[in-house]
Design a protein around this ligand. Structure first.
Ligand code: UD1
Length: 426
């Protein structure tokens, strides 16, 4: 298993290109199931999760062509997906368990083929993460949905019907599943308390290019007028705001000065505000965002994760790494997922002082961290250890790099180009 070796203590300086958003790309790829025509997607990140979903789609009959230049780290940047015919409606456990987002084929399959069987995703390191809202939403559209032998079985042999779907909590995935299904339902669907993360907006824009009728994009109420069929389209995936936020914190934790090429301020407003209070300057440039730390150390700032436009849960671990070297204390509260503090014991091994009480963590900033051998159990937790290692004195080894490969394209190359000493050990 690969490891990453980091020699800490070097300031990051330079520019980092931000890749296409993983969490937008996955949903837009699933949308290819809604049409017999070709969907051409560009700015796809080259990541293990993308390959996993491509494998899921292939066994439903989607033909996939990659047109990115092979080699040079740009393979798979352009993907053509054609679901001329749905040849299979079962998404099996051995594919779905690798990545929870596979459950996003449920809505498109039942809308287009009238039937779907999707394995329950199973355990997940950051909490129970149920799919009850996905099921509830599709039931509201008239599908027969039940759980049998570890699979969600959804049937709508005579097609779906538009309805009002009111979500009790904001769910990105459930909003996306119902949105995709509703594009082909008969009549009008209203999704109330919809997630309005930028990735949901990107999916909606792609669906609109395919011929869907959607209003309210970017708000918490989506209104969809169903159409009999959707067509092909070309779509460019938005830049990854979580990757951008991660590198912003990498710049901050090393006292660096980095330009994030392609990053968009409107997708990171709460992060920019919090970093500002911590003493990190984030300014818009012609090509993206520039992040620089003004003082000697950042200041401790309290933060609570919330649905967009609040502070994203996917940046909570990285922010904790930053706060572990702040001047003063910081209270970090996680409101989206229970059990999303698995990075705490590993950060502690590098010298961080963190106390967890329920959904909150009290971080007492230290003057410095020290290198150690660490490992993490999920994607964002892993990258928070990389950030801590960049700031730590001495050498760190981050184990289980496969988590990073799920969500960070060319991590070592991007950091090395800015002066970090990072190396992958095969
Ligand atoms: C997506 C993102 C993930 C991010 C999360 C929150 C992808 C592939 N993943 O995950 O990186 O951390 O949004 O921004 O886009 N819930 C239920 N029942 C359901 C569905 C969700 O109770 O049927 C709960 C979850 O347990 C959680 C909350 O709703 O507490 C939000 O989860 P959700 O927004 O659905 O996250 P994902 O779409 O899985």
């Amino acid at each position: 298993m690969d490891k990453i070796k980091i020699h800490g203590g070097r300031r990051l300086e330079g520019e980092i290109p931000i890749s296409g958003a993983k969490n937008a790309a996955l949903k837009v790829m699933a949308a290819s199931l809604l049409t017999a025509d070709t969907l051409r997607l560009s700015n796809l990140p080259h990541l293990v999760d993308i390959t996993t979903l491509a494998n899921v789609l292939a066994q439903h009959g989607v033909q996939i062509r990659m047109n990115g230049a092979v080699g040079g780290g740009h393979a798979g940047r352009v993907l053509e997906l054609t679901a001329a015919e749905i040849t299979g409606t079962r998404a099996p456990y051995d594919l779905v368990r690798k990545m929870r987002a596979s459950v996003l084929v449920l809505g498109p399959l039942v809308a287009r083929a009238g039937h779907a069987e999707v394995s329950l995703p199973g355990g997940c390191a950051i909490g129970t993460r149920p799919v009850d809202l996905h099921m509830k939403g599709l039931r509201a559209l008239g599908a027969d949905v039940e759980l049998r032998e570890g699979y969600i079985h959804a049937d709508a042999p005579n097609g779906l019907r538009g309805a009002e779907v009111v979500f009790p909590v904001v769910s990105v995935g459930a909003t996306e599943n119902v949105l995709m299904a509703a594009t082909l339902a008969e009549g009008e669907t209203r999704i109330v308390n919809a997630a309005h993360e930028p990735e949901v907006g990107d999916l909606a824009q792609c669906l609109i290019s395919m011929g869907a009728k959607i209003e309210g994009v970017g708000t918490d109420t989506l209104t969809i007028q169903g159409v009999p069929r959707l067509g092909g389209a070309e779509h460019t995936i938005i830049a990854d705001r979580i990757e951008a936020g991660t590198y912003a914190m990498a710049a901050a934790i090393t006292g660096g000065d980095v330009e994030l090429i392609g990053a968009r301020a409107e997708h990171l407003s709460s992060v920019i505000e919090v970093l500002g209070r911590a003493g990190v300057t984030v300014s818009e440039t012609e090509r993206g965002l520039r992040v620089a730390r003004a003082g000697d150390r950042v200041q401790g700032v309290d933060v609570m994760t919330e649905p967009f436009p609040g502070f994203p849960t996917d940046l909570q671990a990285q922010f904790m790494a930053l706060m572990s070297v702040a001047e003063g204390a910081s209270m970090i509260t996680e409101t989206i997922f229970e059990n999303r503090f698995m990075h705490v014991p590993e950060l502690s091994r590098m010298g961080a002082d963190v106390n967890v009480h329920g959904a909150s963590a009290m971080v007492r900033g230290q003057a410095g961290l020290t290198g150690a051998e660490v490992m993490a159990t999920d994607l964002r937790a892993s990258v928070s250890l990389v950030l801590a290692a960049l700031a730590a004195e001495g050498e760190s080894i981050v184990n289980r790099v496969y988590h990073l490969d799920r969500g960070y394209e060319d991590l070592e190359a991007k950091l090395s180009a800015c002066g970090a000493r990072v190396e992958r050990i095969k």
